[in-house]
Each structure stands twice: as C-alpha cells, then as structure tokens.
Design a protein around this ligand. Sequence first.
Ligand code: C2E
Ligand code: CA
Ligand code: CA
Length: 559
Amino acid sequence: MKDKEYLIAFNKFLKSMKEKDDTLADDAYECITDLCDVMKIGRIEVSFFDTPSDEYIENNKTKVFYDIGNYDETIYIIRRNNTVDDRTVVYKAWIRESEAAWDDIEKERVNIILDTLFVFNSRSRFIQLADKLLYFDYDMDTYNHKYYMRYLNKLIEKSEISQYTAIYFNLKKFSVVNQQIGRKNGTKVMHSFINTIVSELESGEILARIGGDNFTLIVKKGNQNKILNILNGIGIFMGGSDSERVFVSANAGIYEIPDNSVSSASDVMDRISVALHIARQSDKLDFVYFDDKMLEAKKKANAISAYFPTALKNREFLVYYQPKVTLDGYKLAGAEALCRWKHDGQLIPPFEFISVLERSMDICKLDFYMLDRVCSHLRKWLDEGKKVVRISVNLSRRHLSDMDLTKHILEIIDSHNVPHELIELELTETITDYNFQKLTDTITSLQENGLYASVDDFGVGYSSINLIKEVPWNVLKIDKSLLPSGNGEDKYQNKVMLKYVVAMAQAIGLECVAEGVETPEQIEILRDNCCDFVQGYIFDKPMPVEEFKKRLDNYKYTI
Ligand code: C2E
Ligand code: CA
Ligand code: CA
C-alpha cells in the first residue's frame, strides 16, 4: 500500500471532519473517494441512521446502491454497526470482483477505510486506527518493526523479557523463489510461510516484518524449538499438483535473553542482527545463537570501516609478494600480490580486515589500490632492466557489479604503461553463482585485452570442474585444502581428487597452480600429477617488495 498517499488522503479527511461538525458534507465524501482510490477499492458509501428501523427503511430505499449496471458482477458488502448517542451507524463498502481479488488483503483495505470513518465517531477508535497505521504491515498482515520495538520495550519495563527468546530471520534465497515462480506467487508463498509460524505462536508472542523477507519474532523460551523447526524449512503448497510445493527455509539470529541483561529494545535488535549477519555469511550454519563476543567483533569491524578511507589515503596498505615456482627446475614463474595493513607500527594480516571491507564496496577500492601499487612496482623493475614475472592481483567478487570493470582495470595498468600480459587477476567461483553470465563476460573481456584470469581457491566449498569449463579461465589455483596431508583416509581421497582435478584442468587447457604447499611429499605428489606451478611456504612466505625484488634475477630455489 502507498502509505504516504493514504496518509495525505486521510489527513484531508480528518480536516474536513473537523470543519464540518458531524455531518458528512460533500468534501468529506470526496475525501472518502480519494481514500478509496488510494486503497484501490471500487466504491464506498456511508449512511447515518437514528434508529435500526431507519436503517431498514434506508436499506430498502438504497437497493439502488447494489445496481452497478452489470448484474453479472459480484458486489461485496461490509457493514459495521456502532451505537453512538442512540444512533446506529452503518457503513457499507463494496468492491467489484473485476477490480480486485477479494482476498484478505483487500478485506483489510476495506476495513481501514471503515476504520477511517469510525474515527469520526470515537476518539478511542481513532487511537486504535492510528496504532494500526503506525504498527502494521499491510502487505504481509503482520506487525511492523515499530510495533516489535515497542512490544519489546514493554516486556523490558515489566521485567518479563527474560522469559523470551528473540529471533531475527531472513528467508533463504527468496529472490530465487521469486524468479522461479513469479513475484505474485512468491508473495503468496511468503504469506503462507508466515501464517504457518503465526499459527504456532502462543499468547504474548509476536511476529513482525522488518521489510522485504526479513522478520523478527519474540517467543517464549519453551516454544522456541517449535518455531525454529518451521524456520528450518517446510514445503509450502501452492495449489494444483503435489509437485508445486515450494521449499522455504530461513537463516536466523537467535538471542535467548538472560536475566536483566538488556536495557532497551535496540539492545535486543543489535544482538539478533549480528547473529543473523553471521548466519547469513556462513556456509555451514543456518541458525546462529548470539554471544557477547559478537558485539565486540562488530565494534571492531565498524572501527575498521570508519578508518579505511584514512588508511588508504595514508598508504597504510602494503603489497607483499608470494612467489609461484615451476615444478620443473624450481624457477620463479610469477607471484601473487597479497595485502598487509601497517597500522601503528603493526602488520595486520588480511583475515582481520578483508572480510570487513567485503561487506561494502570498500574492498574494490583496496583491490584497485593494490593493482596500482603492483603496476608501479612492475614499471620500476622494467625500467631498471629486471627480468620481471607475471603478478596476480586478487579481485573481490564485488567487482562483478561494476559495468565498466575491464575499463577501470585497463586505466590503472595503462597509466603505468605496463604490458597487459604481466597482470593476472584472481577471482573465486562458486556453484551457487547466479551471476554466471556476468562472470563469463568479465573474464572474456579481460582476456580479449591480453590479461590473464585465474580461478582462486578451487576446492573450497562447492566448486565444480564443469562450471570451470564454461568460463574461459587461463589458470586454476588449487586450494591447499585439496592437497594431501597427514595420514589416513582423507589423504588418500585428496590424492585421487587432486589427480583428476589436475588432469581435467590440463585437458581443458588451464595452467595449474597448487597453493599452500608446505612439504616435500606434497611436491612429489604434485610432480607425479604434472601440476605446473607451486605457491607455498615450502619455497617462500609472502614477502615485502624489496625482498621480492631480489628473487627476480635468476634466483635458485631448492628444497
Ligand atoms: P588467497 O588469495 O587464497 O591467498 C593465499 C593465502 O594463503 C595467503 O594468505 C597466503 O599467505 C597463504 N599461504 C600461502 N602459502 C601458504 C602455505 O604454505 N601454508 C599456509 N598455511 N598458508 C599459505 P594471506 O596473505 O593471509 O591472505 C588471505 C586471503 O586474504 C587471501 O587468500 C585473499 O583471499 C585475501 N586477500 C589478501 N590480499 C587481498 C587483496 O589485495 N584483495 C582481496 N580482495 N583479497 C585479498
Ligand atoms: Ca588469491
Ligand atoms: Ca587462494
């Protein structure tokens, strides 16, 4: 519903009421017509009667109301009786079937119009209506965020909050559901899912919609498992054949509120929000229970985001280089540029800040900064007559939303006048990619411009060699989790997997780089399988630029 338009029409209505005493004058009718338009209701009429028998007469007289000129159409009527000062007031609303489906939402709309009219008669009803307008989500027939917060504050005031668990949930992949069955059916499915939860709520428990497919709940601790079972996933029947069931499940942040530990609704909200955020990021956990460490981590993350622009301006980010070495002769074949943050004399490793920067487009700024630094180093080495190697730079997947990504990359490289074939870009790929076309287009255009592209972290999560085939990559980087290590069953399985991964990569013409190689035994296995390059602590850890420079001219590696 268009809230703003409704409120404008509603205000106009109130004003006309004030000015016109208690008679429904022409302009009041006009306002009602406006309201009906906003609410997409066919027509609404209002009549006042002094006695019920008057109503009966009026009703007889006004049969003409039902005559809308087309007898085939169904007209729906709602009446409300209210006795104010010995008068019976009857409100009638009707709607043509052809204009809107007479479902619960439509009924709710008509009810709002009727409530608007009641405002005229009673102050308490006005307060009720104001509550409804302020605290209700009309599209989903649930309370809204405002109501949820107010309700939590009431529970806190009454010292009852510790009997409850707060839950913040987000429907998993609901945009995909919408794509598959259409938005309208998607809304229906969401409605059914929410209704299933609401039907399990006990007194004192509420569900609210925050917006989109985000909802909150406050449930008694004893009832929480029943609700979590639903959030874990249920099939929603769409009507028609059995196969038309849609599976809906949710990620949830859960806070089992301990005694007196919260002082306001926003404390609760902060906690379920961080827990949900972690659940949404995790591949493994759908539900995350809040604990205090999470808020600390969030504070730290906020501080990093806030300081990032200054750090970038002050050039606090350094490029470290980790060599890639040929298995044939142990010669330097390339290097990966890895970021280190030098802050207050300390060197901060990427796991402390990359994931924070990845929550926004900041990561793209950092990647471009790294590319710029790498190009400036390459230019300098070339000018000094050094024997340079191809350098790879990590590109966050966030860059895929940049329509001019290749152009931006080329601008940086060309501003340093560095040959394109000296730059490789590392990107990860996952099977859950539905931005697949964008990825293919990006890699194709990088290649058309003479740049190299590598699939990073192959073997982490869900990767598939089939998908790799579809995108024109140059290099496959095998993650260290695929390397055989230790003893036992896992080691044997990894050996087999590695063999097939390398063989398939080579069959489709990809260079193979094994990452995280630490032992001579791994080197042997990789050599047996004809892997091309190795990057790992066995040869070198990532190192500062001055040190890497010493590797450039015919450095001899041994193990
Ligand atoms: P990655 O791209 O997979 O980089 C390889 C990581 O493995 C590096 O960690 C490297 O130091 C580490 N590594 C290399 N050899 C070995 C080994 O033999 N044993 C072990 N245990 N580890 C090894 P690092 O430098 O801490 O980087 C971690 C991740 O941070 C990178 O993983 C990459 O995803 C991200 N990252 C680093 N710099 C950047 C950057 O400039 N931009 C973006 N977008 N991400 C970056
Ligand atoms: Ca990488
Ligand atoms: Ca990697």
